[in-house]
Design a binder for this molecule. Structure first.
Ligand code: OFO
Length: 162
């Protein structure tokens, strides 16, 4: 049976994943209002993935015989200083989520809970990919975002994400 402390951490992680979905939807809305459909699409797809993450953890807790408690989700920031700011915010947020996931892994290790370690291993891989995507986006924006042609090119590329 899963340790109480661990199940509480996983329960909190559900909330963090749902907040991630909220944050990315807010960023998607921001870009939509700026007419950048590709950027908006990128973050809308990301918001959907975050919901999947939340429910994946929810399902794991259920399988472990724990009833998840769904808490209030904080409102995300919705306004940004410029087009670059949401990209930086997303990258910072991914780093925060990575450290939270790592803490769960550490706690599972401390409990000799091999099943939870394997389960959370999937999130460790996922975070590596998402952190890289978020960091690449900031780099690409810095390279191309200052010209309208570069911004158009980047927006078209981000529009392809499904
Ligand atoms: Fe939930 O995947 Fe990153 O944050």
């Amino acid at each position: 049976m899963i340790a109480k402390k661990l199940s509480e951490m996983l329960n909190e992680q559900i909330n963090k994943e749902l907040y991630s979905a909220y944050l990315y939807r807010a960023i998607s809305n921001y870009y939509a209002a700026k007419g950048l459909k590709g950027f908006s699409n990128w973050f809308a797809v990301q918001a959907g993935e975050e919901l999947d993450h939340a429910w994946k953890i929810n399902g794991y807790l259920i399988d472990e015989g724990v009833v998840p408690v769904l808490e209030t989700i904080s409102a995300p920031v919705g306004s940004f200083d410029d087009l670059r700011a949401p990209l930086v915010a997303a990258y910072e947020h991914e780093k925060f989520i990575t450290s939270s996931i790592n803490e769960i892994f550490k706690a599972a290790d401390g409990e000799d809970d091999y099943r939870t370690k394997r389960f959370i291993g999937w999130f460790i891989d996922e975070q590596a990919e998402e952190e890289k995507n978020a960091s690449d986006l900031v780099t690409e924006y810095d390279l191309f975002g200052s010209s309208s042609q570069g911004l158009f090119m980047l927006d078209s590329k981000l529009g392809d994400r499904k």
